[in-house]
Design a protein around this ligand. Structure first.
Ligand code: KQY
Length: 365
């Protein structure tokens, strides 16, 4: 009998989603190539992805999924110790299309395969079709050798963060958006999250970062840095729309407690920019009618919270020379035991996300 059939109830079998700060076996990424998302045929973004892979590979194995068409080119651009495997996809946001891994204390690991509709399907989604993306989680689990459990809801990995001890954080803007699960109530969504990830408390934040094309993913606004502690995308400029968003989130986070009854310590990270797409950048994108328009002057949803916590490193986006050092210093204070590495991430941001969105940790068993 397959292991999926033997384990009929993940929670009863003790599976839980660990925090990103817990030990990893590997990290997954997917190579960018589509010219309607990535300018100049993807080359500048590929350089940024290669730098992210290299930084993460300091302390864990990195796999990069790549199409057959790009295989040789990616193999050439990526350092030899990065493992390149052929995986078809519609784009490169493995945080959202890859599996969410769960583990138990009997040394087992499994992947959750959520439904995916390209951040909203035909009602505000970012491209069509997304059929290859829907198969990414199964393919990754096939390579990592883990059973896959299909969960009956549309959910992107970037829309949730957990503390590994029973608490999950998300936004209403995304998870309650009618373009994700119009037939599920807040309570039904909470109950599915409890069933698949073994959490007992959901912290709902109203809105995500301003103008975030994902409908406000939490991974661009706030994350757990360890149990009881959260990093938050802050903004001190009252004229900036991020100002009110950050305060609303602060209000929720400072008036709640986690699944273990702890109050949260909140670390404020500075606000990069504001950042906008330049005419030269917009000019390099081959827009078509099946994908989200990216036009000059559009505000980018830049956030230093969109970092990856590796085994011994934190890899964060360099986005604004006026703020990068402040962000690095904050992160180093938050993670004194890890090396904080900045990577030029403007090209990733131009595609609508950042370092957390293009990575997916495979926790250690
Ligand atoms: O926030 C994320 N996890 C992903 C960003 C996806 C952007 C799609 N263009």
């Amino acid at each position: 009998m397959s292991i999926e059939k033997q384990i009929s109830d993940l929670r009863a079998a003790g599976f839980r989603m660990p925090g990103e700060f817990e030990p990893h076996e590997a990290c997954w990424m997917i190579w960018p190539e589509r010219p309607d998302v990535w300018r100049l045929g993807g080359r500048p973004a590929q350089e940024a992805f290669a730098a992210v892979a290299e930084a993460i590979a300091h302390s864990e194995t990195v796999y990069v999924g790549v199409s057959d068409a790009q295989y040789e080119h990616a193999r050439e651009m990526l350092a030899p110790h990065i493992r390149v495997v052929e995986i078809s996809s519609n784009d490169s946001w493995v945080r959202d299309t890859g599996p969410t891994y769960v583990i138990n204390d009997r040394g087992l690991r499994a992947g959750i395969d959520w439904g995916f509709n390209a951040w909203g399907g035909l009602n505000g989604g970012l491209y069509f079709p997304w059929d290859k993306d829907q198969r990414v989680a199964q393919k990754i689990c096939g390579i990592s050798g883990d059973p896959v459990f299909r969960a009956p809801l549309i959910l992107e990995g970037g829309s949730i963060h957990v503390d590994g001890e029973g608490t999950l954080m998300t936004t209403e803007e995304c998870l309650l958006n009618p373009n994700r699960n119009p037939d599920l109530s807040r309570e039904e969504i909470e109950s599915l999250l409890a069933q698949y990830l073994n959490i007992s408390k959901v912290i709902w934040i109203g809105r995500g970062t301003f103008n975030d094309e994902t409908d406000g993913h939490i991974d661009n606004l706030a994350c757990f840095v360890r149990p009881g502690e959260v990093a938050l995308h802050w903004c001190d400029d009252p004229d900036d729309p991020q100002y009110a968003i950050a305060r609303e989130a602060y209000e929720v986070l400072s008036n709640t407690c986690d699944a273990k009854g702890r109050s949260l310590t909140i670390h404020k990270l500075p606000h990069p920019g504001p950042l906008y797409i330049s005419p030269a950048e917009a000019g390099g994108i081959h827009l078509n009618r099946d994908s989200h328009p990216r036009e000059a002057g559009e505000r980018l949803a830049g956030s230093y919270v969109n970092f990856y916590i590796g085994n011994q490193v934190v890899v964060f986006p360099l986005l604004d020379p006026a703020r990068d050092e402040e962000a690095r210093a904050c992160l180093q204070r938050i993670f004194p035991e890890r090396e904080v590495i900045g990577v030029n991430a403007r090209e990733i941001l131009l595609g609508g996300g950042n370092i957390h969105c293009i990575t997916q940790q495979q926790p250690a068993r």
